[in-house]
Design a binder for this molecule. Structure first.
Ligand code: MG
Length: 399
């Protein structure tokens, strides 16, 4: 009898205090199942409902090996598409189907995708601090741990410095001043480079916090610090401005963690206006669209740098890594680390050694979930504060 999908469910868990969503697709072969990452931590319960109320009835009884067809079936079935909630739900199913395929073939997913182009993926870690000295201390600590790519921020996104001059009655929010931010980051890089020299690869994330012309000037001002890349300089609806950044600054640009769909990236890639694509793989719908995106990028000499923060589950990190291992145009992998609770809930987590992330050679993505343990770390929907970013006069701005 041919294999069929028998159940699809979404598992919510927060072993590191950040809500994660993992989809489990079960099959008619007892014990054969797949896992996929569907984490949209800011909107947990709508993803669970999309998976269990809509995708589950659509998929039960279907052949799990028809991954390409099932991806398009899920994508088109809602008629209206390209939402973060729906794409994450599809991603959970899509990765789980690749996991099942690998387990049936008794091969890691990276073998199904063409085999390893490298032994491990170089990762970057994140160093922050309240002043340049503290940033430097954290950079030195990460260097000591073996990392050779480090993203430097000061005071989180939006920087740190004098209190913004707000109008009377200004609404509450996460206030920041773009000028203070830009100057504090320049001072921080001046300090870090003056102490370290140029041996380490340093990165920085603007997180779309600037008006486009400010981002152009800021990118130009960072040229002397030889960044490995400058991340997310502009919002997804400001694509045309990338030509200005390109024209004025010889700084490698990484872009894309908020992207949902090819219309947002194809022009940037085809015109070679960015150097690294760094989408959040579950946000674009999973491994199937991500490997196509990587192939498109390869044709235009754009490298990959998949988004890898704490709100990607270890299953999602494993999927990132399997792509990193096979893509010729791999650039760098963002990595946030796993605490002990994550490693216990998700046996088979990728392992980092000396700044490189290694996959195990078990079938599929090589990672499992202990559902009993996962249930000990419940997720509660909460009002998100940090995305309520405001400019000094109180205007809301992308976080
Ligand atoms: Mg970022």
């Amino acid at each position: 009898m041919s294999l069929k999908i028998t159940n699809v469910k979404a598992i919510l868990t927060a072993p590191a205090g950040i809500g994660l969503i993992v989809v489990k697709v079960e099959t008619s072969d007892p014990g054969l199942y797949g896992l996929g990452c569907a984490t949209y931590t800011q909107r947990l319960t709508p993803v669970k409902a999309a998976v269990e109320d809509y995708l589950k009835p659509l998929l039960i009884g279907r052949d799990p090996s028809r991954i390409e067809d099932i991806w398009h079936l899920c994508y088109l079935n809602s008629y209206w598409r390209n939402s973060g909630v729906l794409n994450n739900a599809i991603s959970g199913v899509d990765m789980a189907l690749w996991d099942i395929l690998g387990k049936r073939a008794n091969l890691p997913v990276y073998q199904l995708l063409g085999g390893r182009a490298r032994e491990a993926a170089a990762v970057y870690r994140h160093a922050d601090g309240r002043d340049p000295e503290e940033v430097l201390d954290n950079v030195l600590r990460l260097r000591e741990e073996g990392y050779h790519y480090i993203r430097c921020q000061i005071g989180g996104y939006g920087g740190i410095g004098r209190e913004p001059k707000k109008p009377q009655g200004a609404l509450p929010g996460a206030y920041y001043d773009p000028d203070v931010y830009m100057l504090s980051v320049q001072k921080m890089f001046e300090h870090v480079r003056s102490r370290l020299g140029f041996e380490l690869n340093l990165l920085h994330d603007i997180h779309e916090r600037l008006h486009p012309i400010e981002a152009v000037r800021f990118a130009k001002s960072l040229e002397p610090y030889r960044l490995f890349f400058l991340e997310d300089p502009l919002a997804p609806d400001q694509i045309e401005w990338f030509r200005q950044i390109r024209a004025h600054a010889a700084v490698p640009i990484a872009m894309g963690e908020l992207y949902n769909n090819p219309v947002e990236w194809k022009q940037l890639i085809a015109e070679q206006l960015i150097d690294f694509i760094r989408v959040h793989i579950s946000q674009i719908g999973g491994l199937t669209p991500a490997r196509k995106l990587a192939a498109l990028c390869e044709a235009f000499s754009v490298r990959t740098a998949w988004h890898g923060p704490g709100d990607v589950s270890p299953v999602g990190h494993a999927a990132n890594l399997h792509l990193d291992l096979v893509c010729h145009n791999f650039g760098i992998q963002e990595f946030s680390g796993f605490n002990d609770a994550l490693r216990e809930v998700f046996p088979g987590c990728p392992e980092v050694r000396n700044g490189y992330l290694y996959a195990n050679d078990r079938p599929g993505f090589g990672i499992d979930i202990d559902e009993t343990l996962a249930a000990r770390y419940p997720c509660e929907p909460a009002v998100i504060q940090w995305t309520q970013a405001r400019l000094p006069d109180g205007t809301l701005y992308p976080p």
